[in-house]
Design a protein around this ligand. Sequence first.
Ligand code: PGA
Length: 222
Amino acid sequence: MINTLKSYKELSSTVADIVEYQIQEQPLSKLIFPTGSTPLGMYKELVSRELDWSDVITFNLDEYLMNPDHPYSYHSFMRKNLFDRINIYPDHYHFPYRPTLSFEDTMYANKGIDLCILGIGSNGHIAFNEPGSSFKSKTRVVDLSEQTIQDNSKYFDSIDDVPKQAITMGLGTIMESKKIILMANGNHKLNILNVAMNGEVTEDVPASILQKHKNVEVYYCD
Ligand code: PGA
């Protein structure tokens, strides 16, 4: 079911409440975090709440195949919007890296993910699992679709600067999370959200795999 909220502010604070509850109930929580424009308000909320992140461990969904110190990398995004503004230990946050199997090992060594926050791309991708990705996929290097390169060009000086490849957590990896929250902002996401959550479960719409998860909540605002 898609929960429709009144405003972006409410979307941000609702998901921030879920993260806050998780961290307070279980200080040793393991979380998966997204990047993109949608979670920005949630991160702002979380920073303002001054929570204790000292035992929290995080994994990001994906990263461009680029220098992590580049200002447009997802490392830089997360440091700027969250990690450098809370008391998380730098060796407690992780991004997908090569070899990708070692990244999966690090996740498993941490004994499973308690809460995963996701966005959805306009083509139905989650993380950088583009249409056609296997539902069993694990962390790997992927080519970005033309649609994703186009969508993400707004964050770069020109479309030619958008990396063509990324390292992404797989759909199989994401589905092992105990609880998943999908957040979507804007009318342009409503159609794909409906297709993903109410249509056929198919690898052509990667987010449709979420229909098979037992503990998913979807929040939308336009
Ligand atoms: P957005 O990206 O939040 O910038 O719309 C979401 C996504 O591509 O997963």
